[in-house]
Design a protein around this ligand. Sequence first.
Ligand SMILES: [Zn+2]
Length: 414
Amino acid sequence: MTGNSAYLHKAAYLVPVSGDHGLPPVINDGAVLTRNGRIVAVAPYGELRGGDAIEVDHGTAVLMPALVNCHSHLELSYLARLGRDDDRESGGEMTDWIRKLLTEREKGCDPEEIKMAAWQGLARLYAGGCRAGLDIGNLPESREFGRGFKVDLRFFQEILGLTETGIEVGLSLLAAAENDPDLCLTAHSPYSTGPELIRKLKERAARHGHLFPIHVAESSAETAFLAAGNGPFRDFLEERSAWDDSFVSPGLSPIAYLDRLGVLDEHTLCVHCVQCDGEDLEVVAARNSAICVCPGSNRYLEVGSAPVPQMLDKGIRVVLGTDSSASNPHLILWQEMRVLHEAHPDIEPGGIIRMATRNGAELMGISDEIGSLEPGRSSSFLAVSGDLPEKANSEAILEWLVSAGLSIVTEWVE
Ligand SMILES: [Zn+2]
């Protein structure tokens, strides 16, 4: 509903996610006034009624900002069967899943099929209320997936290599990207990417003002590998001829290792951080890096649950991601909120909603556009409904939003 008209959207509940503007977390019988594609005012309906705007009544719905997915791999969408609940063999190592994933990828796939599956993934994200996101892939053509879609998708091409040859290949990819400053490059993880490559990729990201998302501290196998150079990851790398003894295990936790490499700063996004203790989180906080947690994927791969309450206690910026459909049966952020809430019922529901909206928008540098319902922001936001409690108080509405998961019905207001 853009254009030159003014609209007054009213609903039983409104969650503006704009805490520092003096609005309550939930406005009962709230309304959002929009004009020319922008929000003009957010207030109780009684304060905004009676003007020349066209009224749109969203009934018992909750009006709230669009969601931001800070970690996906849309190019893996064609492997969604790996991420289905019935495909998971419980109790294995993370390397079992990676082995399965790589075996499937090595079989090859028609690029058209990969693209169609990625588009379907993107359409599912949008249908679930996601307006923006950070997407990671290995294929250069994956950069094009978001083009023309309503989701503001930022693509990062991921580079890895731990052997001397692997690092050489990685460095040549890096050199080749020199004349393409808009291409965002990143390192896969500390267990798959050599230290020199990680450092150079971060240097390049910093030079171009890009974010630097990196998988870190996901599984206990990763921790064992970095601490002592052994365990399932060492076996896996040897089995794949991706090991040549040139990598010396740092004898550090994954986070301490990245810190020693000097790659943690406010533009680094540490993805996962399941295997983090208080000391690791102190480091993340001191460097002002952000953390993206992927509760659905972590639960699917049985790697544990990220210590999100401790992250919040230390003032770390936390955002949410779905990860790929190869490790998550659902590409829907409502479900991520639900899994996180189930794992940590002590986290304030309002804080979880903030992670899925405003925090992600701030990280992506688009919080003047989306992430909250405030004057000046885009008039593209959500009206969500479902089995929500009638005449509920603020607490019950926020609790419902973070626990209803897949039963939430998302409608776009535009
Ligand atoms: Zn990932």
